[in-house]
Design a protein around this ligand. Structure first.
Ligand code: GAR
Length: 203
């Protein structure tokens, strides 16, 4: 099934957030969505990890959190189909991946054209995949950062919506650099959401 992109909605945009870990990006996105000037509702969270720290974040927010454990599925396609079904059942308009560490297949991604966002801890197209902070340090980069982008079937690929940069210091370790980047991630995702919502509203 394909989401109808031509429709402009007047009601609040129904947002789902997908996560696998501690959920700090989800928390800051939820805070942003809750501000009166944002015409959106955080209607559903989904995680593929039954022990993800973000589940507690959802409990505190009072947001429904669905656990779809990928280990219970025989194939990637079966997991993706279940995820797709849950999102459509909740009448979701826009999906934000926030530390969702699962590749989604092309059928899934193509079913949500420009309705599927992701945040990645690097200045894409640099350092797709894992261990981005370590790789930036090893390369001797003087600048690093994060990217929010529309998702396409290729991993960590798709049109950039917002990028934020941070300096890389001589004294940095992967952890200290990650701490500087995550602060920018939290700002970047809210900024990107504003851009996308404006576009969806036809402005
Ligand atoms: C964030 O740094 C996010 O950019 C990264 O996972 C972390 C999740 O943190 N995502 C990816 O690497 C996806 N390719 P959080 O659970 O605290 O939001």
């Amino acid at each position: 099934m394909k989401t109808d992109m031509s429709a402009t909605k007047s009601g609040p945009i129904r947002i789902a957030i997908l996560f696998s870990g501690r959920g700090s990006n989800m928390q800051t996105l939820a805070n942003h969505i809750a501000t009166p000037q944002v015409n959106a509702e955080f209607v559903l969270a989904v995680t593929n990890r039954p022990k993800a720290g973000g589940i507690e974040v959802c409990e505190k927010l009072g947001v429904a959190c669905l656990i779809i454990d990928h280990e219970e599925f025989d194939s990637r396609a079966a997991f993706d189909a279940e995820l797709d079904k849950a999102l459509r059942a909740a009448h979701v308009d826009l999906i934000c991946c926030a530390g969702f560490m699962r590749l989604l297949n092309a059928d899934f991604v193509n079913g949500w054209p420009d309705r599927l966002l992701n945040i990645h801890p690097s200045l894409l197209p640099k350092y797709k995949g894992l261990h981005t902070h370590k790789r930036a340090l090893e390369a001797g980069d003087k600048e690093h950062g994060c990217t929010v982008h529309y998702m396409r079937p290729e991993m960590d690929d798709g049109p950039v919506i917002v990028q934020k940069t941070v300096p890389v210091l001589d004294s940095d370790t992967p952890d200290s650099l990650a701490a500087r980047v995550i602060e920018q991630e939290h700002i970047a995702y809210s900024d990107a959401l504003d851009v996308v919502l404006k576009k969806m509203a036809g402005n």
